[in-house]
Design a protein around this ligand. Structure first.
Ligand code: ZN
Length: 465
């Protein structure tokens, strides 16, 4: 996402495997997992439960060998040799269901939690420089996504260490499977990771994990494709002879909403939603695309990547390749109005806005409010002499497909803003545009700021829909 998301590998991994740390909500989460699994199993042949995921993400880092993790180690009674055989079987079956040939090999290695943390730390440091990580974390804090003064790297690594069950490493074509994964979940973990291995053989995952600076929404769209396709390929196998058509709309919708609902039980729900949604909405959109146009249409997406999370949330927007409305902010003008200077800019995107809105509105309301997104732009600003530890002021300007869409969004965003950020915010709305400013410095005249904001925003209505 734009600001609220930390770009790069770390975010990807997180999304999927977040597991609650607190016993109080751990039991509730477990119930949700069971509910989702059983719902999905109803749509499948029943021999495996498509479900909640286990995350894994393409990474650029090769984990250092751990001499303690060798072929004698077992996972809940599984020997590594058994896992390798299971991976080979899954690869052959998923490739058949996915309509791709197996043109390479994947290896399997066991990994423990401390090694996952080291792997994630190396990957994070490779994909994002410390200054970028710091400013993105500050933007998240300004927007109420993580606590003020939180260390974004430590927060992410804590989540990853607890949440990751499996990783696919394109550098070594290896599945890294947690040595703590419960036996019943191993088929899903292996199947999802093997599906990444198949992707890598045909679409070069290393190519698709390059950061897209200041294009967080495009990065999110790519993540939805990669994670959604891996999970959809796994589901295609587990759905048996009838294929994905056996999975009905009600199951796809439940899968999507579950990703939003379960995040509410975690310490950082907005971040958790952003991480989980590619496995829910991303999977659902890919399944719908396959049912509509076949796996060849998914192959084509790797040649012409989806550009917005909006496209990966709505199959009709994807099929139409509806592009974003171009929205420009005269940052110098805004800077003068606030007596600040811009320090960052980005895209936000529908998915991240939905993750925020769902914090203060029921999921159905939040989805309705985020739909009709047309385009947006985010800038972060700071007073010239302010220390770099000062949380920035954030301006998010959004354009919507219709006046009604803008009004729905403004209403839901006001609910979030009131709940999470009761002070020093401005939400102003005209026609199809909505502007939100957070952490307005003391002494700024609201009326002058509002006038300056509208003068500084230019929307190209010739684009988008
Ligand atoms: Zn994955």
């Amino acid at each position: 996402m734009a600001a609220p998301r930390v770009p790069g590998y770390a975010v990807h991994v997180l999304a999927r495997l977040w597991q609650p740390r607190s016993p109080a909500w751990a039991s509730r989460f477990a119930c949700m997992v069971a509910a989702i699994s059983s719902a999905a199993a109803c749509a499948s042949t029943g021999h495996r439960s498509p479900d909640l995921t286990v995350e894994t993400e393409p990474s650029t880092t090769t984990p250092s060998p751990n001499p303690n993790l060798d072929s004698r180690r077992t996972v809940d009674g599984h020997r590594l040799e058994d896992l390798e055989q299971e991976a080979r079987t899954a690869l052959a079956n998923i490739a058949r269901a996915r309509n791709l040939d197996v043109i390479g090999e994947v290896k399997v290695r066991l990994i423990d939690r401390p090694e996952i943390r080291r792997f994630a730390e190396r990957s994070l440091n490779e994909s994002i420089d410390p200054e970028t990580l710091r400013i993105v974390g500050q933007i998240q804090a300004s927007l109420g996504i993580i606590p003020e003064h939180a260390d974004p790297e430590r927060l992410l690594l804590d989540m990853l260490e607890e949440g990751i069950w499996g990783i696919y490493d394109p550098k070594t074509q290896t599945l890294l499977i947690g040595d703590f994964v419960p036996k019943p979940l191993l088929p899903m973990v292996i199947g999802h990771e093997v599906a990444h291995g198949l992707q890598d053989m045909h679409f070069d995952l290393s190519l698709h994990q390059e950061p897209l600076p200041h294009r967080s929404d495009a990065e999110a769209a790519r993540r939805y494709l990669i994670e959604g396709e891996a999970q959809a390929a796994y589901l295609a196998w587990t759905s048996g002879a009838e294929g994905l058509g056996r999975i009905g709309e009600s199951v796809l919708n439940a899968l999507s909403d579950q990703a939003l609902q379960s995040a509410a039980l975690t310490p950082y729900p907005i971040l958790a939603r952003e991480l989980q949604m590619p496995y829910g909405d991303g999977t659902a959109t890919i399944v719908r695309l396959v049912l509509e146009q076949g796996w060849g249409a998914v192959d084509a997406l790797y040649r012409d990547l989806p550009q917005t999370s909006e496209q990966m949330l709505h199959i009709d927007k994807l099929l139409a390749r509806e592009g974003p409305i171009s929205l420009a902010i005269d940052t110098d003008s805004v800077g003068r109005a606030l007596t600040m200077k811009p320090v960052w800019h980005d895209q936000v995107g529908e998915a991240s806005l939905l993750a925020i809105l769902a914090d203060a509105s029921p999921i159905k309301v939040a989805r309705q409010a985020a739909a009709g997104w047309g385009g947006d732009a985010l800038i972060a600003l700071r007073t010239v002499d302010a220390p770099t530890t000062t949380l920035p002021t954030i301006l998010i300007a959004t354009a919507w497909d219709s006046v009604e869409d803008a009004a729905e969004f403004a209403s839901a965003l006001q609910s979030y803003s009131t709940k999470a950020l009761p002070k020093s915010t401005m939400l102003t709305h005209r026609g199809t545009a909505v502007i939100w400013v957070v952490r307005i410095p003391d002494g700024v005249s609201p009326s002058k700021l509002e006038a300056a904001l509208w003068d500084a925003i230019a929307i190209d209505k010739g684009q988008g829909a």
